[in-house]
Design a protein. Sequence first.
Lengths: 288, 288
Amino acid sequence: MVNINTYLKEKQALIDTALKDHLPHEGTRPAILHEAMRYTVLAGGKRIRPALCLATAEALGTDAVNVLKPAIAIELLHSSTLIHDDLPCMDDDDLRRGNQTCHVKYGAANAILTGDALMILSFQVLAENGDPRLALELSQAAGSQGVIGGQVEDLAAEGSEPSADLIDFIHRNKTAVLIRAAVRIGALAAGANKAELVNFSVFGENIGLAFQIVDDVLDETSTDEVLGKPTGSDRDANKMTYPAVYGMEKAKETVRDLTNDALIALDSINADTEVLKAIALYLVNREN
Amino acid sequence: MVNINTYLKEKQALIDTALKDHLPHEGTRPAILHEAMRYTVLAGGKRIRPALCLATAEALGTDAVNVLKPAIAIELLHSSTLIHDDLPCMDDDDLRRGNQTCHVKYGAANAILTGDALMILSFQVLAENGDPRLALELSQAAGSQGVIGGQVEDLAAEGSEPSADLIDFIHRNKTAVLIRAAVRIGALAAGANKAELVNFSVFGENIGLAFQIVDDVLDETSTDEVLGKPTGSDRDANKMTYPAVYGMEKAKETVRDLTNDALIALDSINADTEVLKAIALYLVNREN
């Protein structure tokens, strides 16, 4: 039986070290840009996406250190989108993980450019790694028909009537597609065959969507102390959420169904998927 | 003797067709994002960077159609940085090539996300193309120690004392590095050897820097009608320029020196570099 907290802490340390190594030093010109890049990326976080990438590669017998570059590329991309999402003209968030957001500390112009630089660094790290299939995977997941497209619809949906079609589009694109890509990139890097890839995709998409619905649920049901940020912030910002569209009970039921389907997909793969299952359960049973 | 205007028009048509083919259709969800991407990229422009990429590959005997993907990737990246540079919190420009800038037409949030989507699409097109060396080249040129770094220093320099060190950093990073990359990507894609790459790099960097100094000079000496935008806009925006630091005569002399060195570098390469020479002379002798 794997201790998932210990496993994730170990991987987090590995990922943080690799991120530190690949981000330019703070003294590198322009110093303020490199300081802002390091400030944002190294502020902590559970590193769920790169951990999923590493765990998937390990499930197929590939050592985590051989997949570190693709794994941190995913985290760099994710960080870049968070900086832009937090901007005053978007979600206008002042705090993230208890720290001032990038634009509060460095100004909006530098924050936009810091996000740009991290996005480009993400593809630089993938190019250093070499396999163009991984860059293709990340770019398709992150671009106008993935994360960025999801954020456009999320902003446009603020204050509009709850809609099943819209919340599905937003959650799949803004969150699930990148988590699926993290799993698929780990699988591709470890030489997965087509059948394995299909099942890993189902696993990744389902836990990605479940992860976002859990986020929505916690925003309504948790306390400020446990969550580390104000509960009800989605409602206050007129964000469309899964419970707002379907109700709380249906939201929780959907999380259970998605998780079950994710675990069934893993069972079809001839690999040691115990850790991936444990991560899936960790993600849906978390309290913050 | 090559007719450079005809040559550039032909290549422009080839590049525009490829851009149209690689940008998602306007009906693709989210429609506003894909409309904004197409609006910005397809608004025209001389396509100097991709044309240099194609001309370099052709000089080494490779057909332009075989280098179209890398060429348009450079233009997509360039377009993404223009959208972000034009934002109110940066250069605050309302017009580009006579059209409303992206944020004026679609709002700041959508403009930021349109830039992001184009940046990611640029690396998607390179990943489809396959050779990771080209993505490495573009990411290094565009990132925190290239174009983005140059823009950070450019913004920070507004209103400060003219400085040779600073204007050199800004112009090399904001402009010359990407033009050098366009040439190098064409050379790499066409199988250039190390010695050829070194000379193509000198050529690209020199004409890139000359190109930007000519921009600065025209901003002071041209008329609104010829330039297609208000002259003196750099001065009005407190931008640091080459003539402001060195004076007009020295600026023009530097353009001549850089161009000469660029042409000498080409003469060291065993390739048909007539077109590249003509492009270099076109860039420094242009009137807008």
